[in-house]
Design a protein around this ligand. Structure first.
Ligand SMILES: [Mn+2]
Length: 261
């Protein structure tokens, strides 16, 4: 099977060159039946609780929804900048929204997917903010406020959670490595995460899951691809060409990473 993983574009609303590049990537990757995994923070500010009226006008959103209608499944994990998306995307063919991490089986390999804002439980201030924003009373208030107020609120909250879960006093690399180990103990062979804006693909050690960090979409313009048991981390080069960063073969054994030139 074939799948694409992407996260942390932090796109603005409206026409934008980075949103157009994002849409172009989706059109290139749209092999029939392929699954698109959106791992959160595609938009920099989107509280969707007030429904479809909160949707950003964006070529990136158009491309994601076109994927669900005509290519394959879209599994959309919320981030800390875009959340309560289910009311905004209700009825979109092929699109499933997940408020938190999910486990999926790809070619028989258990893969754990998360945006990453919950990777570091030591960041108590952010975790408390997250619980508040995801609570039923908050959702009800945002819904009652209506689309334009919810959009304005989302913009303010986006600033509040800018460093959510990866605050400067906390070591993101240690937190995410420990998280991948624990995911391996739960049976996952690969853990895919965004949020940290780091780019990396490393094999699991001592029973831990391999870790793919998806990078971001303003410098590296990076993304992950799954193809028949092989995970590849890629980025877009200066001339718009595709550059493979690392590849991990998860068919059979524990998996071996190959650096790419
Ligand atoms: Mn994030």
């Amino acid at each position: 099977m074939r799948a694409l993983f992407i996260a942390d574009a932090h796109l603005p609303r409206g026409e934008d060159p980075r949103a157009r590049a994002f849409a172009a990537l989706l059109r290139r990757e749209a092999a029939p039946g392929a699954t698109l995994f959106v791992l959160g923070d595609v938009f920099d500010a989107w509280c969707g609780a007030a429904g479809p009226g909160t949707r950003p006008r964006s070529p990136a959103l158009d491309a994601i929804l076109a994927w669900g209608r005509g290519v394959g499944a879209v599994e959309w994990l919320e981030g800390n900048h875009d959340f309560h998306l289910a009311p905004a995307l209700v009825g979109e063919p092929g699109v499933a929204v997940h408020p938190g991490p999910v486990d999926v089986l790809l070619d028989g390999v258990k893969v754990h997917l998360a945006h990453g804002d919950q990777v570091n439980p030591a960041d108590r201030g952010y975790q408390a903010l997250r619980r508040l924003l995801r609570s039923a009373p908050f959702r009800a208030a945002a819904r009652a406020a209506g689309p334009s107020a919810a959009v304005a609120l989302g913009t303010r909250l986006s600033r509040a959670s800018r460093d959510g879960g990866r605050g400067g006093h906390l070591d993101w690399e240690d937190a995410v490595a420990g998280w991948a180990r624990s995911r391996g103990q739960s049976g996952a062979r690969l853990a895919v995460v965004g949020h940290g804006h780091r780019l990396g693909l490393v094999p699991g050690e001592g029973g831990g899951a391999a870790l793919m960090q998806l990078g971001e979409w303003w410098e590296a313009r990076s993304y992950g691809r799954w193809e028949d048991g092989v995970a590849t981390l890629l980025r877009i080069g200066r001339a718009g060409e595709e550059v493979a960063v690392a590849r991990l073969d998860l068919r059979g054994g524990a998996g071996q990473v190959r650096g790419m030139s």
